[in-house]
Ligand binder design. Structure first.
Ligand code: C5P
Ligand code: C5P
Ligand code: C5P
Length: 443
């Protein structure tokens, strides 16, 4: 994979030398934005230019439009691997830096396809698109972008008791270059930014029972310890921090551990996981320019605007979680599902599904499909747990198969997948996923 990434680097260098504008296309989530950030920062450092578009999903019609464009180099991040056939109709040279399952289509010479799955590396656990982009750019790196690359890995939930595979290599290079530091600390959200009761309530990873997603629970917890909840964690005294640490560790020992930071970043973005959550909020709210401004380190008011957006987004997460707590899910034999037509809930559906399973608000042993009506279609986000994967569940496969049976599209990872199907097929689709899941569990 590293050799393939070097090839991509040489191709980019060649085009920049020729003064060509790079046509860059990436995904709208934290990983896609970080990946685009890694490439865009590198091009800028080289004095080159790019034309960037961030999109939620690659569609054949968009590729057809690109095929008519006159750029010499097209660079796809976090997408493209499943669309090699359509992309091969593009006239210029193409780099694909993706980590999703690739299609079987034979890759023509003008496409440099960098994807971990083609090299026996698991793209859902060992490297995300920002990492693949980092590996492609590393031959021309002037300033280490490892911190940004790891933000994408955090965004795609690839941190699990540490980083493995290429993510680990990126971490090691970042540590050496000084763009990443690790220290032992409390792993709570937005410590430098938010009053402590919010930091605790917005800590979804790991879960703090009675506190995660519960602002009042969080305040009560702090009051019980005699800590003032209105100040930031960063402003607590040493003794107060010790008390807090002891109580939090009692609730969940995983709350204390390795914290990853980029010392060169602005205070509220130093923590790499925090950076990934800010990018996530920008992506989910379709503020792609804002997200890119953060990745490019722009010295405008982008950061303040993004943090404000994140505050609203987190309030929506909590409201969405309250909705799940209140209403529960509809339960079938092997799976469960949520359904909504509410605009705000739709925008956080995948995330609150993940969180509701990890908080055990919903039964973690039943894979969860969250359905959102979009006119005459239904958008589905599927989430399950590592435990269920080990028992045979593969949502990427079941959603792919079931959606195709009803004239829809779908796919993704074993643990997190999605689909789009006609609304009138919703009940049939749910029954089929239920049935496929039962087979997966029997095998
Ligand atoms: O965007 P796909 O394009 O790769 O998005 C992956 C999604 O799967 C992200 O929302 C990520 O958080 C989710 N995921 C998860 N748990 C994992 C791995 C990925 O919820 N273990
Ligand atoms: O939306 P997605 O499936 O990517 O969310 C995956 C996980 O990311 C959630 O389970 C949660 O742990 C974490 N997350 C978070 N804060 C956010 C968004 C997501 O901790 N603002
Ligand atoms: O939209 P959501 O975050 O739930 O998507 C989870 C995963 O499923 C992502 O990796 C996404 O790329 C994938 N997906 C897909 N095809 C779809 C919808 C989602 O491959 N139609």
């Amino acid at each position: 994979m590293l050799n393939k990434a070097d090839e991509a680097c040489e191709i980019l260098k060649k085009h920049l030398k020729q003064g060509n504008i790079v046509r860059l296309i990436s995904h709208n989530d934290a990983d896609g934005l970080s990946a685009a950030g890694v490439v865009a920062n590198t091009i800028t450092q080289e004095g080159g230019q790019y034309h960037l578009t961030i999109i939620p999903r690659l569609k054949e019609s968009f590729i057809q439009k690109l095929a008519r464009d006159k750029y010499q180099l097209f660079f796809f991040c976090d997408m493209g691997s499943a669309y090699v056939e359509a992309i091969s109709r593009i006239k210029g040279e193409v780099i694909i830096a993706d980590h999703h399952q690739p299609s079987d289509f034979e890759v023509p010479e003008k496409i440099t396809h960098v994807n971990p799955h083609l090299f026996g590396v698991d793209g859902s656990k060992e490297v995300s698109a920002s990492g693949v982009a980092y590996l492609c750019m590393r031959g021309m790196e002037k300033q280490s972008l490892a911190g940004l690359a790891l933000a994408g890995a955090f965004g795609d939930m690839q941190y699990y008791d540490g980083f493995i595979g290429p993510n680990k290599l990126i971490l090691e290079e970042g540590l050496e270059a000084g763009s990443v530091e690790i220290h032992q600390d409390l792993k709570i959200a937005s410590k430098a930014e938010e009053p402590i009761y919010k930091s605790l309530a917005y800590t979804f990873q790991p879960i703090l029972p009675g506190i995660t997603g519960d602002v009042e629970g969080s305040m009560a917890f702090l009051e019980k310890m005699g800590l003032s909840y209105g100040i930031k964690f960063a402003d607590l005294g040493n003794e107060e921090r010790d008390i807090l640490k002891e109580e939090l560790v009692r609730l969940n020992p995983e709350i204390f551990g390795d914290v990853y930071s980029n010392p060169h970043e602005r205070p509220s973005l130093k923590n790499i996981e925090d950076l990934s959550r800010v990018l996530d909020a920008c992506g989910k709210n379709k503020k792609y320019g804002l997200g890119m401004g953060i990745c490019l380190g722009e010295k405008s008011d982008a950061l303040e605007v993004a943090l404000d957006l994140q505050r609203k987004y987190r309030e929506n997460l909590v409201k969405g979680l309250d909705w799940i707590k209140r209403e529960g899910s509809m339960v079938l034999e092997n799976i469960q599902y949520l359904y909504t037509e509410d605009k705000l809930r739709k925008s956080v559906l995948g995330t609150i599904s993940s969180i509701a399973l990890s908080m055990e608000t919903l039964d973690p042993e039943k894979p969860l499909l969250a359905l959102a009506r979009m006119d005459n279609m239904v958008k589905i986000s599927g989430r399950t747990t590592r435990e269920m994967i080990s028992r045979g569940v593969d949502l990427g496969k079941s959603l792919d198969d079931a959606s195709k049976s009803f004239g829809g599209t779908g796919g993704g990872h074993d643990i997190a997948a999605g689909a789009m199907i006609p609304y009138k097929e919703m009940d049939n689709f749910l029954s089929l996923v239920d049935e496929i899941t039962s087979y997966q569990l029997e095998e």
